[in-house]
Design a binder for this molecule. Structure first.
Ligand SMILES: [Zn+2]
Length: 72
C-alpha cells in the first residue's frame, strides 16, 4: 500500500507516499511515478485498480521490468 501515515519530527502526522520498489518515502513529487495495471477488458464505472508508486526512474524501470516478466 503506497500511501501511509507518517509521524514527522515536529510530532504531527500526515500522509506520505512510499515507493513500492525501494520502500523509501517519495519526498519529491517531480521524481515520483504512479503506475497501474488495469485488468483486461473494458473499463466500467466503479472499477478500481491498485496503484503502485515509485520514487524515481530507476525504481520505475525495475517495476516495469518485473511487470513484463510476470505478464503485464
Ligand atoms: Zn524507490
Amino acid at each position: 500500500m503506497p500511501i501511509k501515515l507518517m509521524v514527522f519530527e515536529n510530532g504531527s502526522t500526515g500522509m506520505v507516499a512510499i515507493c513500492d520498489v525501494c520502500g523509501k518515502r517519495c519526498a519529491d513529487a517531480d521524481d515520483a511515478n504512479v503506475v497501474w495495471f488495469p485488468p483486461d477488458g473494458d473499463d466500467r464505472t466503479g472499477d478500481t485498480f491498485d496503484v503502485t508508486i515509485t520514487c524515481k526512474d530507476t525504481c520505475s524501470r525495475k517495476l516495469m521490468s518485473h511487470a513484463e516478466k510476470s505478464g503485464h
